[in-house]
Design a protein around this ligand. Structure first.
Ligand SMILES: [Zn+2]
Length: 295
């Protein structure tokens, strides 16, 4: 019995050790397998993520092209066109201008039969509206007796007239001058206008009806946002000549990055714009409101 008693625990211990070893081996084996599985899984994951990356790149390709075409540096030139002398008429010509598919700025003379009506209609149609302020010429100054700014007027009269113009054309966010070859060269007149524009938070575009104009420099002194006309489109009422002037404006926009042209409410000017604006847009020129070209 005692012999048997002595051997049995040893056998049990040995059996136990063997069992433990077996279990350990099995575990090692399992963990080996697990790590193999893990590396396999990792590889699969890596492959999958690579496939995803490729898919994503393919997906990104079409939208990548879109923002590129929408980016501004892609434009060949930025062009602002102001059409002057609205307010006199409300007919097929004014309607024609309101049907143009471009951001254009329409300058309305205050005090005329259609001034308010047209300015509201233009704003509603998505165009930019400014006051086309009558100013004294060196030669004869025609019409707009209630609004024209003259060099012999006192400061109060000039201020009142500018304020009244904006009251009558509430859609207007800025101003340019109608005629004014004398008044736009007058420091007192231009400073008075600048103060009112500053107070009303409006901008001034110098139509440059004289080389002696001090419009832009005066506005800068009074910190009124400003710019100047580069090209007159329709001094000659002839479609070929208007088109040639438009091309001059286009060329200038290409050289300088942007350029400002001024035309008038005339059927021939309308015809030229109707024909050439879509072509120029296709060629990569951008038509913008003049308010985007101020400095
Ligand atoms: Zn004018």
């Amino acid at each position: 019995m005692s012999k048997f008693d002595f051997k049995t625990p040893v056998i049990y211990i040995l059996l136990g050790i063997i069992l433990i070893l077996l279990v350990l081996m099995r575990r090692m084996d399992e963990s080996n397998n697990v790590s193999k599985e893990q590396t396999l899984e990792k590889r699969i994951q890596q492959l999958e993520s690579k496939i995803e990356d490729v898919k994503n790149i393919q997906k990104q390709r079409p939208p990548k092209i879109e923002p590129e075409t929408q980016q501004k540096p892609a434009y060949k030139g930025r062009i602002a066109i102001i059409i002057d002398d609205f307010g006199y008429r409300n007919d097929y010509v004014t309607d024609g201008f309101l049907a143009l598919k471009a951001d254009l700025t329409y300058a309305v003379i205050p005090g005329h039969e259609h001034s308010y009506f047209f300015s509201e209609k233009a704003k509603k149609a998505g165009f930019e509206v400014i006051v086309h302020m009558p100013m004294e010429n060196t030669g004869k100054t025609y019409g707009e007796e209630q609004f024209v700014l003259k060099t012999d007027m006192d400061v109060e009269t000039i201020q009142r007239r500018v304020r009244t113009a904006f009251n009558q054309i509430p859609a207007a966010i800025g101003m340019n001058n109608h005629q004014g070859s004398k008044a736009s060269a007058d420091q007192r007149i231009m400073s008075t206008i600048a103060r009112v524009l500053k107070e009303q938070n409006k901008f001034f575009v110098d139509s440059r009806t004289t080389v002696e104009t001090i419009g832009e420099t005066t506005m800068k002194i009074f910190e009124v946002p400003t710019a100047s006309r580069n090209v007159f489109l329709d001094n000659d009422d002839d479609e070929e000549k208007i088109a040639a002037q438009l091309m001059k404006l286009v060329k200038k926009s290409q050289e300088k990055g942007s350029a400002i042209g001024i035309g008038h409410v005339k059927p021939k000017t309308l015809n030229v714009l109707k024909k050439h604006i879509p072509e120029l847009q296709k060629e990569g020129f951008k038509f913008e409101f003049v308010s985007k070209m101020l400095h």
